[in-house]
Design a protein around this ligand. Structure first.
Ligand code: AOS
Ligand code: ZN
Ligand code: ZN
Ligand code: ZN
Length: 424
């Protein structure tokens, strides 16, 4: 299924009058709306290939139908999202769930949908068919050198796929760790992991980045070998300039101050990118901004501040990705909602009166500093985000158009009701 510009135009025509009124009011309330809209238009968020199907839990999986059955159909799904919001111009692939057979054809298809290939993801947390050694007791950390070698070779193979497709980064997330005290020698596990990462790092092309994701728990429940930002930092610092930390918002112990972590990593030039999602309990992988929109805003506030201080390009200099899992929502609707929430948080962060905040901070005017942040957070910027979409040829209301075009029903018609996307 394709969404033609005529469909988008007639949807926009219908909503235009209402939008223009809201937009006029919003711009009358804020300073330089044009500068913000320009930044919003440039900002793109990569969609993970594994979020396009139904996730499920160990208690069950309730598929919604019409799920993408191949890498091609996954690209088509992201193409649909991008046609609707023009802010999802990249896909993040996962090997071996998305092994490309014909690079040229895949690249052409992605090009037709105006999509780029964002970070490639390796998988050493599941055993694959025809694999010699098991990852039951870890991969890059494993006490057995043959297992480590197999995991290193897999990561290098993922880099090779990525080179062919024009990706420029590898995300490594390790399930490695231990589930019981005494199971693991922490020091040896660290050293093995570092050595393995060094070999992978050496296989990176000069223009590539290696993102090392951390996670406090799950699937191991006693220790994780890259458990928090400090541990990831310790590895990437040793690896070199091309290695950086990746922050998945759901991978922290309760109440962690993620915005402070982000600010510090950015200052150390060790922040590589994000996996956006939201959570109440752990790695819930729910819609970005669904539970803690203020936290999302505070994170973007640090990002804008830190990136501007270092003269970085907001759109290009970090990896912006969603990592989500859908149990009960239509994945495509949910991803549209996530992108919208991220854009809103970004727009609000761009609204913060930096000069005034700096003065308040220098004068220890705590109440004033809070007023400044909350004033930005409580501004309704939805018309700015919608205007950015309108100007890039996207829909004023992507979810509404998705529903009125009956996209899911169409996909079910094309692909069937009982489809199963490869992934988690
Ligand atoms: C796992 O919890 C991590 O968030 C990974 O980034 C990601 O979910 C995985 O690579 C997808 O399979
Ligand atoms: Zn993640
Ligand atoms: Zn997550
Ligand atoms: Zn996760």
């Amino acid at each position: 299924m394709l969404i033609g510009s005529n469909k988008i135009d007639s949807h926009n025509d219908e909503l235009l009058k209402k939008h223009q009124n809201k937009f006029a009011f919003t711009t009358s309330e804020i300073g330089d709306a044009e500068a913000i809209i320009k930044k919003l238009i440039e900002f793109q968020i990569a969609i993970p290939s594994w979020a396009l199907g139904t996730g499920g839990t160990r208690f069950g999986r309730f598929a919604g139908g019409g799920e993408p059955r191949s890498i091609e159909e996954k690209i088509e799904d992201v193409g649909l999202l991008h046609a609707l919001n023009k802010a999802s111009g990249a896909i993040s692939l996962h090997i071996p769930w998305d092994i490309p057979q014909d690079y040229k054809a895949i690249k052409t298809l992605a090009g037709q949908h105006n999509l780029k290939f964002d970070a490639m993801n390796s998988n050493t947390f599941q055993d694959q068919a025809n694999q010699e050694h098991t990852y039951k007791f870890g991969s890059l950390q494993n006490v057995n050198k043959a297992v480590r070698k197999q995991a290193i070779a897999h990561n290098i193979e993922v880099i090779k796929h990525g080179i062919e497709l024009g990706s420029e980064s590898l995300t490594v997330w390790l399930a490695d760790g231990s589930s019981f005290p005494g199971q693991l020698n922490f020091r040896k596990a660290y050293q093995n992991t570092l050595e393995s990462l060094e070999e992978i790092y050496d296989a990176l092309p000069s223009n590539w980045k290696l993102f090392l994701e951390y996670k406090c728990a799950e699937p191991n429940f006693y220790s994780t070998t890259v458990a928090d930002w400090g541990q990831s930092y310790s590895y990437v610092k040793k690896l070199g300039d091309k290695a950086q930390t990746l922050v998945d918002l759901g991978h922290h112990l309760p109440n962690a101050n993620i915005e402070q972590i982000v600010s510090l990593l950015l200052m150390e030039n060790k922040l590589g990118g994000f996996h956006f999602n939201d959570s109440k309990y752990g790695d819930d992988d729910l819609t970005a901004g669904a539970l803690k929109p203020y936290q999302l805003f505070l994170i973007f506030n640090e990002l804008v501040e830190g990136m501007d201080a270092r003269g970085m390009n907001h759109a290009k200099d970090l990896g912006w990705m969603i990592d989500a899992s859908h149990n009960i929502k239509d994945p495509l609707e949910d991803l549209l909602q996530s992108v919208e929430a991220i854009m809103i948080a970004y727009a609000q962060a761009l609204l913060v009166d930096r000069k005034a905040l700096e003065i308040a901070q220098d004068e220890n005017d705590v109440a004033k500093a809070q007023e400044i942040l909350q004033n930005a957070f409580r501004t309704d910027v939805r018309a700015l985000v919608a205007e950015a979409r309108l100007r890039s040829g996207a829909a004023l209301n992507p979810v509404e158009l998705y529903r009125s075009l009956a996209v899911r029903q169409n996909l079910i018609g094309e692909r069937g009701l009982k489809t199963m996307a490869t992934g988690l």
